[in-house]
Design a protein around this ligand. Structure first.
Ligand code: DGY
Length: 328
């Protein structure tokens, strides 16, 4: 065992995986730590009991890391390593108050998540799921020139809300699909992205009304809660589509369902929902809505790299070193 790890505790430090971590991360942790996992279906009560005595917790987007969980761990807790780039499930104030570091997994999932946003964009614009379902159900009787005639991606105006790592990667991929213009709304200007992609920063309202494709890549914070509300949706063109691969809470889901049902926008592609895994009935029954079960980062490569980054963050902190990708 590493000597500095021994300094943390006489025994191997306890790392609690609240639910699950992939083997690539588990193998690294298990070499030097005692590791306990709650399992895919761990309940809140089970997690609260499992974390007692933990020096590190590995959480994911479905695990609420709050004052109660921190108190259940005890004062030896040093790090919460979130198996996600988003960390809206973690109460940063409570962690800071308890002197606990928080880490996330930026970078390694940007391409995977951007790819899924591209897939949703094409699927929503071109009605791919509806068309495929019609074929399988025997509803394809003849070639109909007006059927499924949705918006075309090439030549369209793209609006990216949140030009961080994933938003930038998505814009880069969409540039390859020949969008005509890239607009973005972001807290700060991104001169390098503007140079590389000839993108222009605009106010959110201007983006919503000018874009043919609006894609959300902003983190979930108090400021972005329901950022895309009924009023913002009302600015969109009837031919436009809305894509969300960030977090469900940045969007008013019922207002979107109403806009789709009333034909005020063309379509939507959503990978995230405010109360996962529950999806509002209004969205399930809305026309031209492509809905996926939060699979943005679900490539084998991204998920393995996320798991390794989680483990390296934990080991570095328990070893007395710096967190590799700290949130706070
Ligand atoms: C992320 O990393 O934030 C993904 O959405 C998985 O939760």
């Amino acid at each position: 065992m590493d000597e500095s790890l021994q300094a943390v505790s006489d025994d191997r430090p306890l790392v609690v995986i609240a639910r699950v971590l992939l083997d690539s991360g588990l193998a690294l942790l298990s070499e030097r730590c005692e590791v306990r996992s709650g399992g895919l279906h761990a309940t809140r009560a089970q997690i609260l009991s499992l974390v007692r005595g933990a020096a590190a917790i590995v959480s994911d987007a479905s695990v609420s890391v709050d004052a109660e969980l921190l108190a259940s761990c005890g004062p030896q807790l040093q790090i919460v390593a979130n198996f996600a780039v988003g960390y809206d499930n973690v109460d940063l104030g409570a962690c800071a108050g308890a002197g606990v570091l928080v880490t996330n997994t930026p970078g390694v999932l940007s391409s995977a998540t951007a790819e899924l946003a591209v897939a949703l964009t094409l699927a929503a614009a071109r009605g791919i799921f509806d068309a495929a379902a019609d074929l399988r159900a025997g509803r394809w009787r003849h070639w109909d020139p007006s059927a499924y005639a949705g918006p075309q991606v090439a030549g369209s105006v793209l609006g990216v809300v949140g030009m961080g790592r994933i938003g930038t990667e998505y814009a880069r991929m969409m540039k390859g699909l020949a969008v005509r213009q890239i607009l973005y709304a972001s807290r700060s200007a991104k001169p390098e992205v503007e140079r590389e992609l000839q993108a222009s920063q605009v106010e959110l309202a201007e983006l919503m009304s000018a874009a043919d494709i609006v894609s959300l890549h902003t983190p979930a914070t108090a400021e972005t809660h329901q950022l895309i509300d009924a009023q913002m949706l009302s600015l969109m063109k009837p031919s436009a589509i809305l894509i969300n691969t960030s977090r469900g809470s940045v969007l008013d889901e019922l207002a979107l369902a109403a806009a789709l049902s009333e034909g005020r926008i063309w379509g939507a592609g959503l990978d995230v929902f405010e109360r996962e895994p529950s999806v509002p009935d209004e969205l399930l029954s809305a026309p031209r809505a492509v809905l996926l079960p939060h699979i943005g980062s679900a490539t084998a490569r991204a998920r393995n790299e996320m798991a390794v980054l989680v483990a390296r963050n934990v080991l570095s902190v328990l070893d007395g070193g710096e967190a590799l990708t700290p949130v706070c």
